[in-house]
Design a protein around this ligand. Structure first.
Ligand code: MN
Ligand code: MN
Length: 460
């Protein structure tokens, strides 16, 4: 297979369309830095596109604990013939505050964190950070916190050791050991509360929290506060063809999916778009791909539409249970997630004949996993052929991609959890550079082709 930059196939007017599409993507990246914020953005867009929480309303959506969203568009074909389903995740690697985070030392107020997902700890020191999240008070009241995004806001930071003194504690160690998890503490304040002898700086920040947010130190116990980079999504490169931002794994799938779902014409098969949480920590928990949310939702939507009776007359189904089971088994799905593009400086971690490239278009990944495809969903050749036929018919610029050389490492996605229902599923998504770093790099062409690919798939 001959490989070339996707940009060579784009005329001037198309390049303008791609750039315009990515302005919306960058706004999404800035507004949706946490899973809760992403769900809120998804809900706003769905409402604007005529979706409603009422299961009998046709275009339906539902939220799960503010951290997962699912949306449905009915097709003209019966649901028992299967639906078109795309799942993307909306959590991203970050630092979470511990439940008892605040302390004072050397006249500074500091916050202890516990990292979430696969980060390189040395990425998180010496740069501006923002605080996003919720504090749930004992009476159930929710206090929202979002500090560091507005130009007038303060930001936060994690101190690093100066090179003059880092020889023994950092320079001679392995990179992975240079910053310990317990040293990822947030600088939170330095002004003492006048007249206080014991921990006056801590007391002062607690007073500020009380005055502004009405919360006490104990309220951190039932809080979810996430520390994320404070900077915004930016164009990268003199030609503005790339973008750098936090959280593109996996908003690079979530945004194209959201737009494809809202922009498409009425579909032939029923359509499900799912935005899940907790992928970065193994899809555990009741807002993850392993929750039964999709099943519960289908029961309600198909139940409300009376599909069990109408489908039953065509296919001889035995009630709603049978319909939901058959609909899921007969479905075709995409696990929408990013892949690692060939890194210009570290080309030898890739097997370049089978790797994906920045600007090469949307990436189709037949299998993931590690150490001999262990833990992978390996899509069947028949299904890969279907996807290939569809994308070629629609003129979508696409490539295949395997994550790294054999035994170099590996990764997993949500594909295998949906495969448990019996549906066909394959990984499709955007190639990224600097994945899981605070400033992940994507190519505008790849984002746009992913949107086109998702739209074509949902309509198929
Ligand atoms: Mn991912
Ligand atoms: Mn990831």
């Amino acid at each position: 297979m001959e490989r070339q930059s996707g940009w060579k196939r784009k005329a001037r007017d198309e390049i303008e369309r791609i750039f315009a599409f990515c302005e919306g993507y960058k706004r999404f990246l800035d507004l949706a830095k946490t899973e809760r914020e992403a769900v809120r953005c998804v809900e706003t867009a769905l409402k604007e596109a005529g979706f409603s929480p009422d299961p009998a309303s046709g275009k339906v959506y539902r939220l799960n604990r503010g951290k997962e969203a699912i949306a449905w568009r009915p097709g003209t074909h019966p649901a028992s013939e299967g639906v078109r389903l795309i799942m993307a995740h909306i959590d991203a690697p970050r630092l979470d505050l511990k439940q008892n985070p605040l302390y004072e030392d050397v006249d500074l107020a500091l916050l202890r964190t516990h990292y979430y997902g696969g980060i390189k700890k040395y990425h998180w020191v010496a740069m501006p950070l923002a605080i996003h999240g919720v504090i749930i008070k004992e009476d159930g009241t929710c206090v929202e916190v979002r500090i560091g995004e507005d130009e007038a806001d303060p930001v936060f930071a994690i101190d690093d050791l100066l090179p003059h003194l880092s020889r023994k504690h950092q320079d001679e160690k392995k990179v992975a050991d240079a910053i310990e998890g317990e040293k990822l503490t947030i600088l939170f304040g330095s002004l003492p509360l006048l007249g206080e002898e014991q921990a006056p700086v801590k007391k002062h920040v607690l007073k500020l929290l009380k005055d502004v947010y009405g919360v006490t130190e104990d309220d951190f116990i039932s809080a979810e506060i996430e520390i994320v980079p404070a900077f915004k999504a930016r164009d990268v490169g003199l030609d503005r063809s790339m973008m750098g931002a936090y959280g593109q794994d996996d908003r690079a799938s979530a945004y194209p999916l959201l737009r494809a779902l809202c922009d498409m014409e009425d579909p032939t098969h029923g359509v499900l778009a799912i935005f899940v949480d907790k992928e970065e920590i193994g899809s555990e928990g009741n807002t993850s791909a392993k929750s039964r949310f999709v099943e519960m939702f289908l029961y309600d939507v198909l139940g409300a539409s009376g599909a069990a009776a109408t489908d039953g007359r065509i296919h001889g189904l035995d009630g709603l249970d049978d319909l939901v089971r058959r609909a899921l088994f007969a479905s075709k799905a995409i696990s929408a997630d990013v892949n690692g593009a060939v890194n210009p400086n570290w080309q030898d971690v890739h097997e370049k004949q089978n790797a994906c490239y920045l600007g090469g278009g949307v990436c189709v990944t037949k299998f993931t996993g590690h150490g001999g495809k262990v833990g992978a969903n390996d899509a069947h050749a028949e299904y890969v052929a279907e996807i290939r036929r569809l994308f070629n018919k629609e003129g979508i610029i696409w490539q295949t991609g395997e994550l790294g050389k054999i035994d170099e490492g590996g990764g997993g996605t949500v594909a295998k959890y949906l495969a448990e229902y019996g549906m066909d599923i394959i990984d499709v998504g955007v190639p990224l550079l600097a994945m899981h770093s605070p400033f992940e790099i994507s190519n505008k062409l790849d984002i746009y082709e992913t949107y086109r690919a998702f739209k074509a798939f949902l309509a198929s």
